[in-house]
Design a protein around this ligand. Sequence first.
Ligand code: SF4
Ligand code: SF4
Length: 74
Amino acid sequence: MAKTKNTYTVTTRSESCKGCGLCIEYCKSGKLAFSKKLNKMGYFYAEPVQDKECTGCMSCTLVCPDLVIEVYDG
Ligand code: SF4
Ligand code: SF4
């Protein structure tokens, strides 16, 4: 059966995130939020929100200064 809707998965490398929040600000879907825990560098890192949907717009990957976000189809 043909796929009717694309779904996307977002991952962030939490230990490399400096918590600048740019990706969170630019994500119109609310798919990214600050963690409750600190990473080893002492930052609240960006992480995907479980019950929100990623549209695959790629804005987060474009604004992240440290290239720690990956978005892929599936
Ligand atoms: S690809 Fe777009 S919708 Fe998905 S997490 Fe990044 S900014 Fe949000
Ligand atoms: S833009 Fe990159 S470095 Fe900044 S909070 Fe998001 S994932 Fe972390």
